[in-house]
Design a protein around this ligand. Structure first.
Ligand SMILES: Nc1ncnc2c1ncn2[C@@H]1O[C@H](COP(=O)(O)OP(=O)(O)OP(=O)(O)O)[C@@H](O)[C@H]1O
Length: 581
């Protein structure tokens, strides 16, 4: 209701008012009002419209209710502040030693409707109350601290769902390493930190050490060498590329098994900000962009709930295995991402510009694509939301129907990269005959890949091979968003053990492709019924480009061009999501 008016309350004005008036508090008591347990009640002085006023404050298990002001007339009479929107609260003495009063400041970030839009964004509101019942300053402070402690406890953390989702919380106090890339996006990450994030973390009582990255791979080096016993979380403020460095730094440590359990977080400072937009989406927020997205992610970071996050191991021919948390792209999407670097000054609009340029000179990419379809056990701990395979054109290949839900496919001889022939083995038998991808996993740190064979060997027989060999794009996603306004896989969750594989076959018109990208903004890619778009859920994939030149990206970073394969590792890392996906 009238949070805006109450937010005008400043410490100085409250302090002034306190000197001139009295205030009453009542001891802690519990009663029930409107289904909520009332824990504390008090009458405090506060200031509105530059006038000292008295208000009644009630703390229930869910809300802080401010009634008043008195004396009337003032327009606002009751403000209900949901404790879920509170990131922190503190009690303190004023700077004037002659002033016996103590103060309570509580920091809320409630959702407010965006101007000229149906969307909602979080906006900061501070409430400050003065305690001066007693002449003894320490007694006043004690009372204020009691209020602050209970508000913090009640507003602390969202409750994890009771459906078996594995979540936990950052410890308090939390020792956070915060890596900021001053060059990311439009080069504003540091000023955005100063404008919003520093204050939010301080309000939430999150201790953090700010490290400004100085060059490419700086974050990777820091993380690889860090004494992890000194840190409770590692957070980056940049685009997705800096988190990619952090994840890969953790997974190349000799103690990778322990290292990868450290919660990682992201604050949007780049131009794409796909993971940040995904985290906001998982929290149930309506779409927001730019600084609104930053504040939402800052709010969720302060809430500190941690969820498992899938990582995908990626193999190319001659460089070491990588770990990816976002996407693997070839063709149109990868080209736009990299070629639009020159429009970086335009921020997120760079992708729109890049898309239009690339549309004007549409390319076809030749290659072979194969994958291991998802089966029931992909989501064994979670209800499958949709059919694992949804083909907009109702076909994976010209000869075979898509695999049915929960069915292990058994497709002989068509799985034949390198012209090898496979017998009609069952899933189980085949695995026995073809051990995991030992070459890539025995020497390097990180978990073994149980679904992959070395890139120079034929595919396992239970993989599907896409019959088409000409593509406009291939895109594997494991988060919901590809960019702030690109909702590629709206049903994706952070730890479902699934790769969402999309490909667009050659032959699509420019206008149809543009329609796909416009639909993506609304998360309606699959509603386009585009005959050239194919979507399926997979656990592993292999791509072998035949076009001599091209770009392959992993989490938006260019990797070696050539054969590439990937396998999802469910819940391998831990991500600060602030909510349950
Ligand atoms: N001080 C620095 N100067 C130059 N490059 C840096 C610096 N710090 C980090 N980097 C590198 O910048 C690269 C860009 O990272 P990131 O993706 O996070 O930002 P971005 O490219 O601006 O974001 P987006 O991809 O969303 O546009 C990373 O590879 C990182 O190694």
């Amino acid at each position: 209701m009238n949070e805006r008016k109450s937010s005008r309350l400043s410490l100085d004005s409250v302090r002034l008012a306190l000197r001139m008036n009295e205030r009453k508090t009542q001891p802690e008591r519990c009663s029930t009002r409107g289904g909520c347990t009332v824990t504390l009640y008090g009458e405090f002085l506060t200031v509105t419209r530059n006038r000292k006023v008295r208000c009644e404050v009630t703390l229930t298990d869910k809300d802080l209710v401010v009634k008043g002001p008195y004396p009337t007339p003032f327009r606002w009479s009751k403000v209900v502040l949901n404790l879920k929107d509170c990131i922190g609260c503190r009690a303190y003495r004023g700077g004037d030693t002659a002033d016996p009063a103590a103060y309570l400041s509580a920091y809320f970030y409630p959702l407010k409707r965006l101007w000229m839009s149906s969307g909602m964004s979080r906006q900061r509101v501070e409430h400050c109350f003065g305690f001066n019942t007693l002449q003894d300053p320490s007694a006043n402070l004690e009372e204020a601290e009691k209020w602050a402690r209970i508000i913090r406890e009640r507003s602390g953390r969202p409750q994890p769902h009771g459906d078996g989702v594995r979540t936990n919380e950052l410890p308090r106090p939390c020792r956070m390493m915060l890596l900021v890339n001053p060059q990311s996006g439009k080069g504003q990450a540091l000023s955005l930190y100063n404008r919003h994030i520093q204050q939010m973390l301080n309000e939430a009582g999150v201790q953090h050490t700010l490290i400004i990255t100085e060059h490419q791979n700086h974050a990777r080096e820091l993380v690889r060498e860090a004494d992890l016993s000194q840190w409770d979380a590692m957070v980056i403020m940049s685009g997705d590329g800096l988190l990619y460095e952090v994840i890969n730094g953790l997974l190349t440590r000799p103690d990778w098994e322990e290292a990868v359990r450290i919660p990682v977080g992201i604050l949007p400072g780049g131009s794409g900000n796909a993971l940040a937009a995904s985290i906001h989406h998982y929290s149930g927020g309506s779409p927001v962009f730019g600084e609104d997205l930053l504040i939402s992610c800052g709010f969720l970071l302060c809430k500190g709930l941690v969820s498992p996050m899938d990582l995908v191991s990626i193999h190319v021919s001659s460089t070491p295995r990588m770990f990816s948390f976002l996407s693997l792209a070839w063709g149109f999407v990868a080209d736009v991402d990299i070629e639009s670097e020159k429009y970086r000054h335009a921020g997120a609009a760079r992708f729109t510009m890049g898309t239009l340029v690339r549309l004007a000179s549409l390319r076809i990419y030749k290659g072979k694509l194969a994958y291991l379809p998802c089966t029931k056990d992909c989501n064994s701990e979670r209800k499958v939301k949709n059919d694992p395979t949804l083909h907009c054109n109702n076909q994976t290949s010209s000869t075979t129907p898509p695999p049915a839900l929960n069915q292990v496919t058994d497709t002989p001889s068509k799985n034949s990269f390198h012209n090898s022939c496979h017998s009609n083995n069952s899933h189980q038998v085949h695995r026995t005959e073809n051990p995991p991808h030992a070459n890539a996993t025995t020497a390097a740190p990180g978990p073994p890949d149980s679904l992959l064979l070395p890139l120079d060997q034929p595919l396992p027989s239970d993989w599907e091979v896409v019959q088409e060999e000409q593509f406009v794009l291939v895109l594997a996603m494991y988060q919901s968003h590809l960019g702030e306004d690109m909702v590629t896989a709206p049903d994706a969750t952070v730890d479902e053990g699934v790769i969402h594989l999309y490909y667009v076959r050659a032959g699509i018109s420019r206008s149809a492709l543009l329609r796909l990208f416009l639909a993506m903004e609304k998360g309606a890619l699959l509603s386009t019924n585009c005959q050239h778009l194919v979507y399926t859920k997979v656990r592993a994939l292999r791509l072998e480009p035949h076009s001599p030149k091209g770009i392959i990206t992993v989490d938006g970073e260019v990797v070696e061009y050539g054969p590439v394969q990937a396998e999802v590792h469910r819940g391998l890392a831990r991500l600060i999501t602030g909510c349950v996906g």
